[in-house]
Write a protein that binds this ligand. Structure first.
Ligand code: HXC
Length: 258
């Protein structure tokens, strides 16, 4: 544990549960919290027992964005000198699958964290918004770049320019959310999902994530090349041999044995 605002528990099935725990401030992302998250992710990145990360928050809301009190008197020079919001890069660049569980508000920087997740399970009461404009500022942790790639420019402009709040249904319809679940099932569904992924080949999960992420950055031809190279790589993996052998032997595969 690196901060009381971030907890991390490793599950024996191969996933780590990363918990934002500042519910009294609606899980506002103060610098101490995002620093602790970055440090924890750094550790999980190297941890061979962790194949998947489940990101969730304590309380009724996912996260109300960057800490407005901390930003109140921050000058542009200080923001530049400290690379304010740069710490969120740790989640955006994380190489293993991240499942985000969202209940209540995911606002501003909180919505940006959601945009960095690979799978998003949203409770029926989830609300997504970028209200930065109403504070006289704008997203600084990827909102203007990831959101349009995820949901298209028309929907992203609507959210970013007007602060429009999206409910879970709209968010699922436009591709920000993978699945909607009842609020009282969110944690259970998330843990089941994480356990299921963690039982698959960690190496191949990371390759799929890498290829899909590349589709947001690369021209199609380059992305197809990368995909082919990663696919060919899987043919040399013990996990691939195990997966196909298990199929022919009519048994469940046992991945990640090496
Ligand atoms: C600091 C926050 C906060 C925030 C809530 N709180 N959001 N503190 N930064 N972003 C604190 C309140 O000050 C209050 O503290 C306590 O949490 C409860 O908040 P309430 O407003 O009383 O709760 P509620 O009525 O339930 O409303 C919840 C809310 C609202 C809708 C989430 O708090 C809200 O609109 N918050 C701001 C959301 C926002 O604008 N986010 C964008 C931030 S800019 P006290 O001490 O009074 O109990 C941003 C830029 C990102 O994210 C840039 C890159 C990272």
């Amino acid at each position: 544990m690196v901060s009381s605002m971030i907890h991390c528990a490793k599950h024996p099935s191969g996933y780590a549960e990363l918990v934002i725990d500042r519910p009294q401030a609606r899980n506002a992302l103060c610098v101490a919290l995002t620093d602790a998250m970055a440090q924890t992710l750094e550790r999980l990145r190297e941890d061979s027992e962790t194949r998947v990360v489940l990101l969730r928050s304590e309380g009724d809301h996912f996260a109300a964005g960057a800490d407005i009190r901390e930003m109140l008197d921050m000058s542009a020079e200080t923001a530049r000198a400290t690379d304010f919001a740069g710490c969120c890069v740790a989640l955006g660049d994380f190489p293993k699958p991240v499942i985000g569980l969202v209940q209540g508000y995911a606002l501003g920087g909180g919505c940006e964290l959601v945009e960095m997740c690979d799978i998003v399970l949203a409770a029926e009461n989830a609300v997504f918004s970028h209200p930065e404009i109403s504070l006289g500022t704008m997203p600084g942790a990827g909102g203007t770049q990831r959101l349009p790639r995820l949901i298209g420019t028309a929907k992203a402009m609507d959210m970013l320019l007007s602060g429009h709040r999206m409910d879970a249904i709209e968010a699922e319809r436009c591709g920000l959310v993978s699945r909607i679940v009842p609020p009282d099932r969110l944690l259970e569904e998330g843990r089941e999902y994480a356990s299921g992924l963690a039982a698959l080949s960690g190496t191949v999960l990371n390759s799929i994530k890498k290829a899909v992420r590349a589709s947001m950055e690369m021209p199609l031809k380059e992305g197809l090349k990368l995909e082919r190279a990663l696919f060919h790589q899987t043919l040399g993996l013990p996990d691939r041999q195990e997966g196909m052998r298990a199929f022919t032997e009519r048994r469940k595969p046992l991945f990640n044995a090496t």
